[in-house]
Design a binder for this molecule. Structure first.
Ligand code: ASP
Length: 280
């Protein structure tokens, strides 16, 4: 069993050291709690559990504490992928739900598995997800001061369960100040992808991640026999010509955990049952 989670990018210039330490402490506690959960649950159930905890923590830009868009509203995106069935489900630009990743989970058995905008929010209401404001005073103050993209990151989790199954989940409040209708990478195969060989969750500038097809590309390369480290190196080298801004975490079927970022520094934590590692 292995688990790795991320809390997006930490911006040295705009985030104070207390916030960085608080994020690292939060990641440490959540990775440990999620590993305990993984002992009795599948990888798919566990990534939803871990991402829900991250969404509920106001330090991260997903669920409660999400960034505010240019019209003053919050729209969130989240996706889940079961590497065994290769089914992906997601919500794009959903509003006023506490845990977008749980709405994505609810969609997993459906034929129509990725819903956007009012359709996503309507589906949530029909399925008992109550109206919940994910705005915090901190994000509103940043919005008023026009402090976009302060590095309060997207969240993600990859897990490998005791049955050798891989799953991935990613959730975001977006870039901040984006145009209404803008689509993040987080609920696309560029930002969140898994199969039986590997699972990858990304953070960074969604447009750069989509241009690079980052998660899908890394997973495909590992599937074709490339070691996970080489797959990351090659994929991140392909971001360089346009200075693409991205970070990613992964676990492969052999239990290798990996991370890379194009620009420092992404915060993430991993746990294999013995050692908790916290980076960023
Ligand atoms: N990838 C997210 C987006 O572009 C933002 C982030 O990862 O912080 O919406």
């Amino acid at each position: 069993m292995k688990i790795i989670i991320h809390g997006g990018f930490f911006s040295e210039s705009s985030t104070d050291i207390q916030t960085k330490t608080a994020k690292q402490e939060a990641l440490k506690a959540i990775v440990k709690q999620s590993y305990d959960y993984l002992k009795t649950h599948t990888a798919t159930e566990t990534v939803v559990y871990a991402v829900s905890l991250l969404e509920d923590d106001v330090l991260f830009n997903a669920g409660t504490g999400s960034q505010i868009q240019c019209d003053g509203q919050i729209r969130m995106s989240a996706a889940l992928m079961d590497g065994t069935t290769q089914k992906m489900s997601g919500v794009i630009n959903i509003q006023d739900v506490k845990n977008p990743i749980q709405v994505a989970e609810k969609l997993l058995p459906y034929d129509d598995r990725v819903l956007g905008g009012n359709g996503a929010t309507g589906f949530a209401r029909k399925n008992g997800f109550e109206t919940f404001s994910t705005e915090t005073p901190e994000r509103r103050a940043e919005f008023v001061k026009k402090l976009a993209a302060t590095g309060t990151g997207t969240v993600g989790c990859v897990a490998l369960d005791s049955g050798g199954k891989i799953a991935v989940a990613t959730s975001t409040g977006g870039k901040g100040f984006e145009m209404v209708g803008r689509i993040s990478d987080s609920a696309t195969v560029a930002g969140n992808y898994a199969n039986a060989h590997c699972g990858v969750s990304c953070t960074g500038v969604g447009e750069d991640i989509v241009s690079n097809a980052t998660a899908a590309k890394i997973v495909t390369r590992v599937t074709d026999g490339m070691p996970v480290a080489t797959a990351f190196e090659k994929t991140f080298a392909e971001l360089k010509p346009y200075d693409g801004f991205a970070g990613a975490i992964a676990i492969d079927a052999a239990g290798n955990m990996y991370h890379q970022d194009s620009h420092p520094s992404m915060v993430f934590a991993s746990f294999d049952g013995m050692d908790i590692e916290v980076f960023g």
